[in-house]
Design a protein around this ligand. Structure first.
Ligand SMILES: *Cc1c(COP(=O)(O)O)cnc(C)c1O
Length: 368
C-alpha cells in the first residue's frame, strides 16, 4: 500500500505532518520543539490540577498521532495499557469477538478474563469474514488486528466494521503493524484504534508507550472521555521523557517506514528462494515478514538456529525499530497455538538490504 499523498482536510501529506505537527506556536524566540514538563501537580484553579490526569508533554504527541489517524488520541504507559483501556469498554459479562491469533498479550488477557467469568470470548479466524459475521450477534466488541502479529493475516476492516455496527458491537483495531501512514481504520468507521507506540511510532526501541485514538464524532468523543477516565483511574500514564522521545521518533516515521517497507519487500522475495524457508508470510506491504523454517522434525530447532546465527539482526522480542530484529515467536509463553513452532518473525529495519540479506543467508546456510 502506498503512503497517502495528501489529506483533503489540511492538504498536507502525512510525510509533512509527521514533521510539522505538535510544534509550539511560532513566535520570535519560541523554541522549535516542545519542552518536557516534569511535574506531579499544578497550582490550583487551572484547567488540570494533577499530573495523573494530564501533562503538557503528552499533548503534542497526542495531537500529532490524532491528526495522522483522523481522530483524537490518548497516550498510555504502554500498548497493553491502551489495550486494557479499550477492553474496559466491554461491560462485565459482555461478549468479545476476537482473533484466535492476535498479539499474545491480547489473547492472554482475554483468555484470563474469560476464565474469571468477566467476559465471554468468541475466537475467530479473521481472514474468514463469514465466520466473523456469524459470531457477531449479541457481541459488545469486535477486536481486530490487521496485519496480525505474527501471522500477518489481513481482515476486511470496512466490511467487518459495518457488520459489527449492524449487530450493535463496537469495533477496535490494533493498528500497530500498519501505522496511520499505511492504514487509517477510523475512516472505515472503526470506533477505537489502538497502538503500541513502542513500535513504529516511536521507532527506536527505547521507550514503551501506547495510544488509543477515537473519532471526532459525538460517539467518538464519548468514547474518548471514557478512555481518558480509565487512564486517570488506572494510572497507566506515560512519563514525560518517554512522551518527548516518542514525538522525536515520530518525526522520521515516513522515512523509516519507506526504507523498512522497501527492504521487507525485497527480503520477502529473496527468502522465498532459500531451501531452508518452507513458507514466507508477507501481505505485500508493511515491514514485517514472517517465515516458517524447514528443518528436522517440526523445524523449531532450525528456527532457533536461524535466530542464533545472525550478526546484524538481533534476536530480541519486539519490532518496529530502526534496527532489524528476529524472533521465534513460540518462545513466548502464551503465544497462540495457531502460530507454528518454526515461525520466525522478522522486523525489517532500515539498514542496507544487501547486508541484511547476506546476514540471513549465512545464518540459513549454517543451519545443520
Ligand atoms: C507490542 C504490541 C502490543 C503491546 O504493546 P506494548 O507497548 O508492548 O505494551 C500490542 N499489539 C501489538 C500488535 C504489538 O505488536
Amino acid at each position: 500500500m502506498e503512503q497517502q499523498e495528501h489529506d483533503a482536510q489540511t492538504d498536507l501529506s502525512p510525510r509533512t505532518k509527521v514533521v510539522a505537527l505538535g510544534r509550539p506556536q511560532r513566535a520570535p524566540g519560541a523554541s522549535l520543539n516542545p519542552p518536557v514538563t516534569f511535574t506531579s501537580t499544578y497550582i490550583q484553579d487551572g484547567a488540570v490540577n494533577y499530573a495523573r490526569v494530564d501533562n503538557p508533554t503528552w499533548t503534542p504527541f497526542e495531537e500529532a498521532v490524532g491528526e495522522l489517524e483522523g481522530g483524537r488520541a490518548l497516550l498510555f504507559a504502554s500498548g497493553m495499557a491502551a489495550v486494557h483501556a479499550a477492553l474496559s469498554l466491554v461491560p462485565t459479562g459482555g461478549t468479545v469477538v476476537a482473533p484466535a491469533a492476535a498479539y499474545n498479550g491480547v489473547v492472554v488477557s482475554l483468555t484470563e478474563a474469560q476464565a474469571e467469568g468477566r467476559v465471554a470470548v468468541r475466537w475467530v479466524d479473521v481472514t474468514d469474514s463469514d465466520a466473523v459475521i456469524a459470531a457477531l450477534p449479541g457481541a459488545d466488541l469486535l477486536w481486530l488486528e490487521s496485519p496480525s502479529n505474527p501471522l500477518l493475516e489481513l481482515a476486511d476492516i470496512p466490511g467487518l466494521t459495518a457488520a459489527a455496527h449492524e449487530a450493535g458491537a463496537l469495533v477496535a483495531v490494533d493498528n500497530t503493524f500498519a501505522t496511520p501512514l499505511l492504514q487509517r481504520p477510523l475512516e472505515d468507521g472503526v470506533d477505537v484504534v489502538v497502538h503500541s507506540a513502542t513500535k513504529y511510532l516511536a521507532g527506536h526501541s527505547d521507550v514503551i508507550l501506547g495510544l488509543t485514538v477515537t473519532a471526532d464524532t459525538d460517539g467518538g468523543r464519548e468514547l474518548h472521555t471514557r478512555l481518558a477516565r480509565r487512564r486517570t483511574l488506572a494510572g497507566a500514564i506515560a512519563g514525560p521523557m518517554e512522551a518527548w522521545l516518542a514525538l522525536r521518533g515520530l518525526r522520521t516515521l515516513s522515512l523509516r517506514l519507506e526504507r523498512a517497507c522497501a527492504n521487507a519487500a525485497d527480503l520477502a522475495e529473496r527468502l522465498g528462494t532459500h531451501p531452508r524457508i518452507a513458507r514466507v508470510r508477507y501481505p505485500g506491504w508493511g515491514a514485517i515478514v514472517s517465515v516458517d523454517v524447514a528443518g528436522d522434525g517440526d523445524g523449531a530447532a532450525a528456527a532457533e538456529a536461524l535466530t542464533a546465527g545472525t550478526r546484524i539482526w538481533s534476536a530480541s522480542t519486539s519490532l518496529g525499530g530502526v534496527e532489524s530484529q528476529l524472533e521465534r515467536r513460540r518462545r513466548q509463553p502464551g503465544e497462540p497455538e495457531a502460530v507454528p513452532v518454526n515461525l520466525v518473525r522478522l522486523s525489517v529495519g532500515v539498514e542496507d538490504v544487501d547486508d541484511l540479506w547476506a546476514d540471513l543467508r549465512q545464518a540459513l546456510d549454517a543451519i545443520g
